[in-house]
Design a protein around this ligand. Structure first.
Ligand code: UT7
Length: 330
């Protein structure tokens, strides 16, 4: 039976470290508030001249090296982001150009915090169906240039960081690889977490009013998002287990989208998942949206937390709303 397996992992975060205290100098917030509410201690910000595709490029080079492959081995690029370089063309095309891969298909996926798992699912189906043999799957975000560094935006601004993470997916006939993926969306609460402007839903692309009202910045109804995450994450975890006739005990490692340590701890406690089976790094990088799962996956592997034959379950919830899960046998 042909499955898709991960042949390499990697990530890149920019050098600039921004602490909670650094943010407290720019808006009415505190290290204590940010740590208590989210678990975040610091995050990284990219320089002005480094955008989404460049972050993705740097993560991709490391991932290819990890897989022992040259860029020209890649036959498809899938890039998840909510912070693309341009409105169009997609950042996957820019990434393909940076990697020197003319003619290789390049797909942008817009599923926010679930972007990586949506991309993994797409790639898994391409590999199992036989259309592509070596897919570069990347999650990349440059949030820092679109956040509002003022009291008005403080609830959102303190949560996000820049970074990119990637995996290479290829076929295997062995009894390992992606066992299943589970994707969901519900647009009825789209405005609970969104960046409303600019956009084609408006009569004008961008107006002075939009700028003055701060509608060009991300906005979130934090408690509503929190509540929905607590409901949907356990559901999508149980769905993945049921599909594979597995129990929670058979999962060796859990990697959640790094949105808020409190959400992850609450879900783990509620479901009876031991804390030592959950890998978190939100303390270091904040919420890097589509990049957070592949960054955490790479770190967990390099720390020896995932060995051959073990199972990792990944789950996400975020803007859209979108939520998703996947189980991989390593
Ligand atoms: O990755 C996408 C998915 N995102 C998520 O899953 C995030 C889900 N939501 C959350 O993580 C939490 O709701 C937050 C961390 C965003 C906020 O935590 P909270 O406990 O829900 O706080 P809150 O929004 O209810 O605000 C509590 C208080 C308010 O003040 P009052 O009205 O009680 O006086 C806020 O104005 O905290 C205030 N506040 C802040 N204070 C200091 C909001 N942001 C800040 C801040 N610093 N940065």
């Amino acid at each position: 039976m042909r499955r898709a397996c991960i042949r390499g992992t990697g990530f890149y975060v920019p050098d600039q470290i921004v602490t909670n205290d650094d943010l407290a100098e720019r808006m009415d917030t505190s290290d204590e508030w940010i740590r208590q509410r989210s678990g975040i201690e610091r995050r990284r910000y990219a320089p002005d001249d480094v955008g989404c595709a460049e972050l993705a490029y740097r993560a991709s080079l490391r991932t290819l090296e990890d897989a022992g492959l040259e860029p020209n081995a890649v036959d498809c690029i899938i890039l998840a982001t909510l912070s693309p370089d341009y409105y169009f063309p997609g950042s996957a095309c820019i990434l393909g150009q940076k990697l020197g891969l003319p003619g290789v298909p390049a797909i942008d996926i817009r599923a926010q915090c679930s972007g990586f798992l949506y991309s993994l699912s797409t790639a898994d189906n391409f590999v199992r169906g036989g259309q592509f043999q070596c897919i570069l799957v990347v999650g990349s975000e440059k949030h820092s240039m679109a956040l509002e560094f003022a009291d008005r935006g403080r609830d959102v601004t303190v949560l996000f960081g820049d970074g990119a993470g990637a995996v290479i997916l290829g076929p295997t006939e062995e009894n390992r690889g992606v066992l299943s993926t589970h994707l969901h969306a519900d647009g009825s609460l789209a405005d609970a977490l969104w960046m409303e402007c600019p956009g084609s839903a408006h009569p004008r692309w961008i107006t002075r009013e939009m700028l003055d009202e701060g509608r060009i910045y991300p906005k979130m109804e934090g408690r509503l998002v929190f509540k929905n995450a607590l409901e949907k994450l356990p559901q999508v975890i149980m769905e993945a287990l049921a599909e594979n006739r597995m129990t929670l005990d058979e999962i060796d490692l859990f990697i959640f989208h790094q949105a808020n340590l409190r959400i992850i701890e609450y879900v783990a406690k509620q479901m009876g998942i031991p804390a030592e089976k959950v890998y978190n790094n939100i303390q270091e990088y904040g919420n890097t949206t589509a990049a957070s799962i592949p960054i955490a996956l790479h770190e967990a592997i390099k720390k020896g937390l995932l060995r051959e034959g073990q199972h990792v379950l990944m789950a996400s919830f975020g803007a859209g709303f979108t939520w998703a899960s996947a189980i991989i046998r390593w």
